[in-house]
Design a binder for this molecule. Structure first.
Ligand code: ZN
Length: 150
């Protein structure tokens, strides 16, 4: 069986994020933390956010696993630092559309570097890898909302 290849420029961008992940480390003053793993591939992500006034003031992650899972969370945190929670929700929905093969989503500039992962939608076993960071994000946003005291 022939394995389709990701566009090589995109592949470089993915590897670059994998080798030099952005926002990797512990967030000292985070307000919400979510730990998720993908047992099929062995990917693990612990995402920490500091949410202030309906914005993601800071985002960091700790993780290990395949290049797709780690590059995706690196790209996601760089894109969403400073974004409003509504924007973050929108990007998560758009990225999920792209992973389900939506070609318009794959051209959406609001996804930034994440568009490099569009080719992953052709590899069903890897989609879960690409979505892991966003699953953590969506869970964190939900928990943060539920944790509001007023
Ligand atoms: Zn993986």
């Amino acid at each position: 069986m022939e394995t389709p290849k990701l566009n090589s420029l995109y592949q470089q961008l993915i590897l670059e994020h994998y080798r030099s992940p952005r926002n990797k480390g512990e967030l000292e003053d985070g307000t919400v933390e979510v730990h998720l793993n993908n047992p099929v591939c062995g990917d693990e992500i612990r995402l920490q956010l500091r949410i202030e006034d309906d914005h993601i003031a800071d985002a960091k992650f700790v993780g290990q696993g395949c290049s797709i899972s780690q590059a995706a969370v690196s790209m996601m945190t760089s894109l969403l630092k400073g974004a409003s929670l509504a924007e973050a929700d929108g990007v998560a929905a758009r990225f999920t559309d792209m992973m389900h093969g939506d070609e318009d989503a794959a051209k959406d500039k609001s996804l930034g570097d994440l568009r490099a992962l569009a080719g992953v939608s052709k590899f069903p076993v890897r989609i879960k890898c690409a979505l892991l960071g966003f699953e953590a994000l969506q869970k964190a946003l939900k928990e943060s909302h539920a944790g509001e005291t007023h």
